[in-house]
Structures are given as C-alpha cells and as structure tokens.
Ligand binder design. Structure first.
Ligand code: FAD
Ligand code: SIN
Length: 525
C-alpha cells in the first residue's frame, strides 16, 4: 500500500484491533483499560515514552466532591461560573457526579493520595473553587502518581508510535495510519479513540511537555470531526519566570496560593486587590489578566509570589521547591518570580459525555476533547477528573463498534499547511496570547494563509502540520469572537456580548480548508 497522492511513503506493516487508543496519559490509559476489561482487543499507541504526558506533570490535584461537607451542585456551580457562560451544565453535572467513583477506581489500581493529620484524605483549594475539594498525591506530584498507577496496570502500549491519519469509509472509521520505528503501518480497526492531550507547543513558553503539539485536533479535523472553543487557551498565572526562558517552564501550582501565598507586583502591591472577590484565588483567566495588566503598567516581564508564610513549604510542595532551588531561588526565604504561560486547551474535538464525535467510530477523551465541561475557562483540577470519567466512558462506548467490518484498502495523505515551529510559536505568542486584538489576529490570519502545504513524512513534520492546522483554526475562531469571555480577552472588545454566548465550531472541507460554523448555542451536539 502507498499513499494515493503519489508521495513516496510505503506502508510496511499491518495489524488488527477492535479499538486503537492514541495516547498514554490519564484519558488514554483509562479508556484502554475500560475497553480491555470488556473484552475488546485494544492497541494503545503513544508517540513518546511512558511518562511523556501532561498527566505526568500535574501538580495541584483532582477536583472531587467530598461526601461529608461538599456537594455535586457546589462543584457544578463553581465549574459553570469559571466557564463564563459556555459550559454545558448537563455535561458538567454528569461528569462531576462520577468523580468519586473514578477516584475510587484509581485507588483500587494502587494510586495513593495524601492524608491529613486526621487520617482523612487531604484536600486543598485552587482558583475558582468555593471550598477545599482538591485531592493530591506526593504533595505536588499528583500527576506522577496517577501516571504511575495507570502505567502499572500493565496495558500493552506501543511507544514511539505516532498516529498520522485516521482512515474512514462509508460506515465510519476503518483504520489508523501509524508512523513507528518500523516505518508507516496500518491498523485495521472500526474504532479510534483520541487521547492526545493539548496544544501548549503552539506558544513559545508553556507548562506542557514537548509532545503537546495538538495532533488530535488535526487528526480529527482531517477525519471529518468538528472542533469547538479552540480560542479558549488557558494561560496558567504562575509559571516560574526566567528571563528569555522558552519551552516547557516549571509550574508553580495554584495550590501554593490555596495554602496562603500572595501575588505581588514588583512594587510590592497586591496584584488582585479590587479585581475579584476571590482575590488571588479568582479563576485563572481573571488572575492571568490581572498579572498581564500589572506587567504592562509597570513595564516588567514578571510579578512575584510570596510563599514565605506557607507552613512546611518544602514538604507540601517538594517538586516546586526543587524547581525553584534549581533556579537559585529558595521559596522559603525569597519571593518567586512568576509569569503566565500557555497551559490548557479548553476547547477541542466536539464529543458527547461518552466521548463520541460526529464521525462513527471516532471517540475523544481528555484534554483533546470538548465535552462542554470547561466552557470558556477550565476550573482548576477538573482536567484529571474529566480524563478519568470520560476516558472510562469512551472506552466502554467503543464496544458499540464491535462487529463493524474494518479494512483499509487505500491510504491517502493529503497535503496540509506546515510552518516552521519556532516562527509559529513566535506568531502565536505575539498575536494570540493572553490578550489579543483584531489587528494582531488579522495579521496572524494572513501569515497562516500564506503557508505552503506538503505531505508530512516524519514525526517532526507531522507535529508541525498539526500545530499549523490548529493555529489556523484557533485564529479563525478568535478573530470571529469579537468580545472578551473566559480565557479569550480582546483588547479591542473588552466586554462580553450576550449575543455571542455560543460556541464557535470549526470543520475542514474536502480541499483541506477550515471553516467556522454559524454561531449556535453552547452545548454538545
Ligand atoms: P496527556 O496526559 O498529555 O497524554 C497525551 C498522550 O498522547 C501522550 O502519551 C502523547 O505521547 C500521546 N500523543 C499525542 N499525540 C500523539 C500521536 N499523534 N500519536 C501517538 N501518541 C500521541 N490538571 C488537573 O486536573 N490537575 C492538575 O493539578 C493539573 N496540573 C497540571 C500541571 C501541568 C504542569 C500541566 C502541563 C497540566 C496540568 N493539568 C492539571 C492538566 C492535565 O494534566 C492534563 O490536561 C491531562 O493530564 C491531560 O491528559 P490526557 O490524557 O488528555 O493527555
Ligand atoms: C495547578 O496545580 O495549579 C494546576 C492545576 C490545573 O491545571 O488544574
């Protein structure tokens, strides 16, 4: 088999599966396990190694309602409030309600969460939460513990294998093209589940690992699925600042502020005083904007976090302590320089709360998916929760494709735009960052429209193609949203417009062109 467009890529191996899961983070491994337990022959592919995931780096924890002194309705309320009018409340309630069961399943797998002095599970607070409901592990190493427990479940994963195209036919998905050390291969399968994580590498500075290159967005668009809410990129307010620092930067968890640390500008004044009733624990978009504002007014490139009053800092936050000490800052005695950085993709591939997309046999879960849980701004620590809950459900849903015939007879790769990664990151950082405006977005649109199209044949080329396609879709949506809402702040349209309280969807046509849909009410299809 070779690509029908005439490029010189040969398919050198073939395999069969009931389900191929793309991604070995919290969503992918949870889905793979759920499907395997139901008797499906599951192949999981991951382009990185066992810990090359955003899951591995998660610090603060998992938002999950405590039965004694919290309620699902309170968690729903906080999530919807942070989501700035674009959450699907039914989806929120559905996902939040299954949080305890999902964490219990993880605990059964061997995950160990921190206990307080009273022997009960310890809970911290993060931005936008009205109560302490975030469970954590290893102090600030929650993701590493989640990843360890899932990796230890012993699911078969093909590491170093990158999904490069989803093949569809009359009855939906029929296979997946994969690039591995053995060259291109085809897996004949009626079901593919995207769990590819986020898009942090769109920006020069991010909390995300190098593999967060938005592959799932491009794969889904190419396969005929719809994406939505892409303009809502969450910038974490507090990433350890280093002059000129680019690439993955260490996170200073919001839980540090949950334990009492204060944000100060370089003149020693509170950054958030008078900005929001929750002050330094306001939702992330609010705090990131307040920091960007102080930096602009004072002409600085960072603000400061005073964590000197946090009890037992080094024990409670060992990962953060190590990162700070490595940078020559002792957080127990010195102020920590921090600045916002790209952190989380609130939008993604449009799914229902079981991970189903509009393409039969194509599922998505975790950060790549847009279930309606996050709306215009994700509430802290709702992401691991979503990965666990929707990952499980999507793995179960994929069983509905058993018995559907799947055979790939023709592999085609279509040429798509590909821009140099560094130039793309500079463009997105300059024109589509914490604060955007119409002129900057128009300039980005013109630059992206001029990029030439090619067929990617290496992993790096595939990633750069995914980043370029995703950037184009993001800028298209951001330019269309002429208001400020959640994580999308337009300097030229500073207020929210009730008439724009809807999601913007983007799809790809046969020629590979992207189109934004007519506005419609927020919610899953
Ligand atoms: P990931 O864990 O990112 O996994 C993606 C997988 O897909 C990887 O295995 C990758 O190799 C694979 N992949 C990607 N593309 C391809 C391809 N083309 N072919 C094959 N494989 C591919 N959330 C919280 O809820 N609480 C927190 O405390 C928290 N802290 C965070 C701290 C940091 C520093 C970061 C970066 C994120 C944090 N988040 C937190 C967000 C959360 O960690 C992520 O949203 C979540 O882990 C994503 O899980 P996932 O399974 O969707 O993707
Ligand atoms: C953090 O610990 O601040 C990150 C939590 C999250 O992104 O949900």
């Amino acid at each position: 088999m070779s690509p029908a467009d005439g490029s010189a890529v040969d398919v050198s191996w073939e395999a069969n599966a009931d389900l191929v899961v793309i991604g070995g983070g919290v969503a992918g491994l949870t889905a793979a396990r759920a499907a395997s337990l139901r008797g499906l022959k599951v192949l999981t592919v991951s382009k990185g190694g066992p810990t090359d995931t955003s899951t591995q780096y998660a610090q603060g924890g998992i938002a999950v309602v405590a039965p004694e002194n919290d309620s699902v309705e309170s968690h729903v309320h906080d999530t919807v409030e942070a989501g700035a009018g674009l959450c699907n409340e039914d989806a929120v309630r559905s996902i939040v309600s299954d949080g305890q069961a999902a964490v219990a399943a993880l605990t059964d797998l061997g995950a160990v969460f921190d206990l307080g002095r009273d022997g009960a599970v310890s809970r911290t607070r993060e931005g936008g939460h009205s109560t302490r409901r975030i469970i954590h592990a290893g102090g600030d190493a929650t993701g590493a513990e989640v990843q360890r427990a899932l990796n230890a479940a012993g699911l078969p994963v093909l590491f170093g294998a990158s999904a490069s195209r989803i093949v569809t036919g009359a009855s939906g998905v029929s296979g997946l093209v994969v690039l591995s050390d053995n060259g291109f291969g085809v897996v004949h399968t009626p079901a593919v589940l995207l769990a590819t994580g986020g898009c942090g590498q769109l920006y020069s500075c991010s909390t995300n690992p190098p593999g967060a290159t938005a592959d799932g967005i491009e794969l889904a668009l190419d396969a005929g699925a719809t994406v939505a809410d892409l303009e809502f990129v969450q910038f974490h307010p507090t990433v350890l600042f280093a002059a000129g620092g680019v690439g993955r930067r260490p996170l200073i968890s919001e839980a540090v502020r949950g334990e009492g640390a204060k944000l100060l500008d370089t003149e020693g004044n509170s950054v958030t005083a008078g900005v929001h009733p929750l002050g330094d624990l306001a939702p992330r978009d609010v705090v990131s904007r307040a920091i960007a504002d102080r930096m602009r007014v004072l002409g600085t490139d960072h603000v400061l976090l005073d964590a000197r009053g946090v009890d037992d800092f080094a024990t409670r936050f060992p990962t953060i302590t190590a990162s700070c000490l490595e940078a020559g800052i002792d957080p127990r005695e010195q102020l920590i320089p921090v600045a916002p950085a790209a952190h989380y993709q609130c939008g993604g591939v449009v799914t229902d709360v079981h991970g189903r997309t509009r393409v039969a046999g194509l599922y998505a879960a975790g950060e790549v998916a847009r279930t309606g849980l996050h709306g215009a701004n994700r509430l802290a620590s709702n992401s691991l929760l979503e990965g666990l809950v929707v990952g499980e459900r999507a793995g179960i849903a994929a069983a509905e494709r058993q018995g559907v015939a799947a055979e790939v007879t023709d592999v085609t790769h279509r040429p798509l735009p590909r821009m140099d990664r560094t130039a793309l990151q500079l463009l997105m950082t300059r024109n589509a960052s914490v604060v955007r405006d119409g002129a900057g977005l128009a300039e980005a649109t013109v630059t992206l429209a001029a990029v030439g199209s090619t067929v990617p044949t290496t992993l790096r080329e595939q990633e750069d193609t995914a980043l370029t396609v995703t950037a184009t879709a993001l800028v298209l949506a951001a330019a269309a949203r002429t208001e400020s809402r959640g994580c999308h702040t337009r300097a030229d349209c500073p207020t929210s417009d009730e008439a724009q309280r809807h999601s913007i969807e983007v799809h790809m046509d046969e020629a590979g062109e992207l189109h934004a849909s007519e506005p419609r009410l927020a919610g899953v299809h």
